[in-house]
Design a protein around this ligand. Structure first.
Ligand code: PLP
Length: 369
């Protein structure tokens, strides 16, 4: 057996251990997971009802065109149906982009550190990856421009960026788009779009009229709370979308996912509530960090990357024993940090106590002046 040369040495994705298993191993009765940027408030109650209603429809293939969902998304974002492609999570749209445009002899430009799937999928296609270090935690778009050459096919802007939570503003992004050569696809991965509150965050969908090479990725996994059902999508010009369609498996989105996503989209009240609670939780967490003089990147998402000045892996392990699953910064490119997903108010508070025990042994009783 001889797999493709570029696959040798590639690690397989290491998922976090299932909560039930961790409980058993450590003898814990309760575990709070603040690791994968999932919505701690679940999804709209309407979603559960819609799935229940559809529960008996298991023998029929899903609608490969995702008509109901497609119409709902097109209407919500004021785009045409042929400007959309749906993926089994936006992860799969990243895969479509790489399969469509990348091969040996081509290259792709990303920030570093950023979301790992761009590099992984590009590597599988045999393309070379040009990683441009973040500047103060933010994409260095000027340096990314400089990294582009005639063999560059795709440049990735993770906005806001995972794992830093930082964002590229409207002015910087438009200036960048105006300079990217027309043969290069620009991906704006907006997995945390719903959580962003910054006034100067770019609204990219209206930009599609002017930039034929732009594709925007959104997902139902984060604020919409549907990570289990794997629905994400790309929005772009219809020509770009038409190039991606042949690589999409015909029934890539299951019926329940389609139904759930269309229903979730119709309940914007739920999203608004979740975003407000997230903002409050973010303030709580920032205040905690400020009190303890821990530094962090300003985040426009539902997570915060906190610099601890000591091994993120060790703090991760210590917090696990306390019953909290967070994400060590180590595999994310920040070895002395942890990434924490904003949870429910009471869970955040419990985490702070555990963090105080882990970081300072005994809880601080007085605040540093
Ligand atoms: C979570 C995430 C995604 C992928 O989410 P899916 O569940 O595959 O839709 C994509 N990009 C970033 C930056 C993410 O954090």
């Amino acid at each position: 057996m001889q797999p493709k040369a570029q696959l040798l040495g590639l690690p397989s994705y290491e998922p976090g251990k299932p909560i039930e298993e961790v409980k058993k191993e450590l003898g814990l009765t309760k575990i709070i997971k603040l690791a994968s940027n999932e919505n701690p408030f679940g999804s709209s109650p309407k979603v559960t009802e819609a799935i229940k209603d559809a529960a008996s429809q298991t023998a029929i293939y899903p609608d490969g065109y995702a008509r109901t969902l497609r119409q709902a998304v097109a209407k919500t974002y004021h785009v045409k149906e042929d400007q959309l492609i749906f993926g089994n999570g936006s992860d799969e749209v990243i895969q479509f982009l790489c399969r469509t445009f990348l091969e040996k002899g081509t290259n792709t430009v990303t920030a570093h550190p950023t979301f790992s799937q761009y590099k992984l999928n590009a590597t599988i296609e045999g393309a070379s990856i040009r990683e441009v270090p973040l500047k103060d935690g933010v994409h260095d778009l000027d340096a990314m421009l400089e990294a582009i050459d005639e063999n560059t096919k795709i440049v990735w802007v993770c906005n806001p960026n995972n794992p830093t939570g930082t964002y590229v503003n409207k002015e910087a992004f438009e200036k960048f788009l105006n300079q990217v050569p027309p043969h290069v696809i620009v991906v704006s991965d907006e997995a945390y779009y719903e959580y962003v509150t910054a006034d100067d965050y770019p609204e990219t969908i209206p930009m599609l009229e002017r930039y034929k090479q732009l594709i925007i990725l959104r997902t139902f996994s984060k604020a919409y709370g549907l990570a289990a059902l794997r629905v994400g999508f790309g929005v772009a010009n219809k020509e770009l979308i038409s190039y991606l369609q042949p690589v999409r498996p015909p029934f890539n989105n299951v019926s329940f996912g389609q139904i759930a996503a269309a229903t979730a989209l119709s309940d914007q009240g739920f999203i608004k509530e979740c975003v407000e609670k997230n903002n409050a939780g973010m303030k709580q967490l920032e205040l905690f960090c400020d009190r303890h003089r821990l530094t962090y990147y300003p985040s426009e998402t539902n997570f915060l990357l906190i610099e601890l000045g000591r091994s993120g892996d060790e703090v991760f392990k210590a917090l696990l024993k306390e019953g909290f699953i967070v994400r060590s910064g180590n595999p994310l490119g920040f070895s002395t940090a942890i990434r924490i997903t904003i949870g429910k108010k009471e869970d955040n508070e419990a985490l702070f106590q555990a963090l105080e025990r882990v970081l300072f042994q005994t809880p601080l009783t007085t605040q540093p002046s």
